[in-house]
Design a protein around this ligand. Structure first.
Ligand code: HAM
Length: 505
């Protein structure tokens, strides 16, 4: 350890050692600022799609003369030039991410990304704002009714994406034959849905997606479920906490084809059936009747949907068609991967998005308190609905909200404190430049530094060091500085010494 040149710094450091372990409350905003911020003004609204008022027929406004622009969206009203009270809350259903929430979000996203990379997936991203047409499907999905859509200033119908899959399909078509298949892509992006707010469901959420494009075999679905299981295990969730309900839409397709129901009704029927847990069975039947299904087909469908084992399904279907072949292969692969205890067959899982064509799955909490944790499946025909050539594809979306609720329930939320390696402080005003030079040297060596930018008493510096979990305090005092030295205190052990600036590591 370097020799102690001047005891004065060390005495100062020692004196304040006891302050380190204390926790300190955050300072309050001055009352005047708080009251200024607390009341709201009217915010301009985006309109969600609704069946009764199609956004196509009702532009938000036509205000060209006033804005002088070619589009039909209006500028916000001009406010008088006096202090405005704003609503300090973010819009309903959306979130701010103050540092403590951002730490959790980064931790979660890092796990998403690291798992994706473990499986050899490459990261992609798309714009949050897309053409509205990308999300307009005819099957009567809830997701369409929840669309945040509007006309931009160039009279284009645009929408905030409610999911990532259509953008991914768009990019795959755009890349065309230039990319070698299969593609294994992942993304973490914000999605917008005008949802009714419940626990774990909000108007914006981040979704982790992994998709495999170009593999027709169930090996792809098996790989995707394996990656989610790996993610769960990493964050401490076990097979007794969550499971996956798995089925195949081909089960329904086989039943419908058996009754000669035309294929174009398939997506719509799936979307209706997906609502079984949300609306009364009589309403489901009514909707199925309006989709031109006979009573006989409806009864048969409802019976098949109650099946909870592959053996029963085989009995019910009478033959081993594609649905059973796929499902059996998936369960056998799950054994090989070692996650068979995480998955179960459940014919009632259909999923609410029209484009799925084969295996579908949903992650659920075994206590049944929360909504689906994640969901996905095979969508072999999405590309052709956008005018591209079909390529077999499957993937999943995993939201950032329900999983946090689950981690809270299980007491598994990680403790994430702010972390900086060094706090650097000068002892008098004249040495601020010297402190900045010390901070720069450390930062060049890759060490993080919180530089104290004002003249503060040492007591304050120790409090701050404790709050940000600094490991080391570096004090720049004039006597030492003249000798090219600084005082160091290792805050975790209390060890203290002086060291030449160029020997700082
Ligand atoms: P999804 O089931 O609509 O599928 O959403 C996937 C997941 O996103 C849900 O299981 C949930 O974790 C989360 N999520 C959805 N809506 C909300 C919301 N309002 N608030 C919080 N979390 C939400 C899809 O979006 C498909 N595109 C997934 C996919 C990718 N399929 C193939 N590839």
């Amino acid at each position: 350890m370097p020799a102690i040149a001047n005891p004065s710094l060390l005495i100062l450091l020692h004196h304040h050692h006891h302050l380190r372990s204390r926790r300190f409350a955050t300072a309050l905003l001055p009352q005047t600022l708080l009251s200024l911020l607390s009341s709201s003004i009217r915010a301009p609204a985006l309109r969600a799609h609704s069946t009764s008022s199609s956004a196509q027929t009702q532009p938000l406004s036509t205000d060209n003369a006033r804005t002088g622009r070619s589009g039909s969206i209006s500028s916000p009203p001009v406010q008088p030039d006096i202090a405005q009270k704003i609503d300090i809350n973010p819009p309903k259903g959306t979130r701010d991410f103050p540092p403590e929430d951002m730490r959790l979000r980064n931790w979660l996203f890092n796990n998403f990304k690291e798992v994706s990379q473990l499986y050899g997936f490459e990261e992609v991203d798309f714009p949050v704002l897309e053409s509205e047409a990308l999300f307009i499907r005819k099957a009567g999905e809830e997701i369409r009714e929840q669309l945040y859509c509007f006309e931009d200033r160039g009279n284009r119908r645009v929408a905030l994406r409610p999911e990532l899959t259509p953008s991914l399909a768009r990019l795959v078509i755009q890349k065309g034959k230039s990319v070698p298949l299969p593609l294994k892509w992942f993304a973490v992006g914000q999605c917008w849905r005008y949802e009714r707010m419940t626990r774990g469901r909000r108007r914006e959420h981040y979704q982790w997606n992994m998709d495999i494009i170009g593999v027709p075999d169930v090996t792809a679905e098996a790989e995707l479920i394996s990656s989610i299981v790996t993610f769960f295990k990493r964050i401490g969730i076990t097979a007794s906490d969550v499971g996956f309900k798995v089925s195949s839409r081909k089960v329904l397709q086989e039943v419908l084809r058996g009754y000669s129901v035309p294929d174009h009704l398939f997506g719509r029927v799936c979307v209706i059936i997906d609502k079984m847990e949300k609306i009364p069975i009589d309403d489901i039947k009514k909707e199925l009747r309006s989709a031109e299904l006979s009573e006989e087909v409806i009864e048969e469908l409802l019976q098949v949907l109650s099946v909870k084992s592959l053996e029963k399904l085989e009995e019910k279907l009478g033959t081993v068609g594609e649905a059973l072949v796929d499902l059996k292969q998936l369960f056998s692969l799950a054994e090989k991967y070692g996650y068979a205890d995480w998955i179960q067959f459940d014919a009632s899982v259909v999923r609410g998005i029209a484009y799925y064509t084969g295996i579908v799955f949903e992650g659920f909490d075994r206590e049944g308190k929360l909504r689906a944790i994640c969901g996905g499946g095979r969508y072999d025909h999405l590309l052709s609905t956008f005018g591209g050539d079909d390529i077999p594809a499957c993937g999943f979306g995993f939201g950032d909200a329900v999983i946090v609720e689950l981690l809270k329930e299980k007491g598994l939320l990680p403790e994430l404190s702010p972390q900086v390696e060094n706090i650097v402080c000068s002892l008098d005003q004249d040495l601020r430049g010297a402190a900045a030079a010390v901070a720069s040297i450390l930062r060049q060596k890759g060490q993080s530094v919180d530089l104290v930018l004002e003249n503060k008493p040492l007591k304050w510096v120790f409090k701050r060091a404790a709050r940000i979990n600094a490991q080391r305090l570096i004090l720049v005092g004039s006597a030492e500085w003249q000798k090219g030295m600084v005082g160091v205190k290792i805050l975790t052990s209390g060890e203290q010494y002086e060291v030449k600036v160029d020997e700082l590591e």
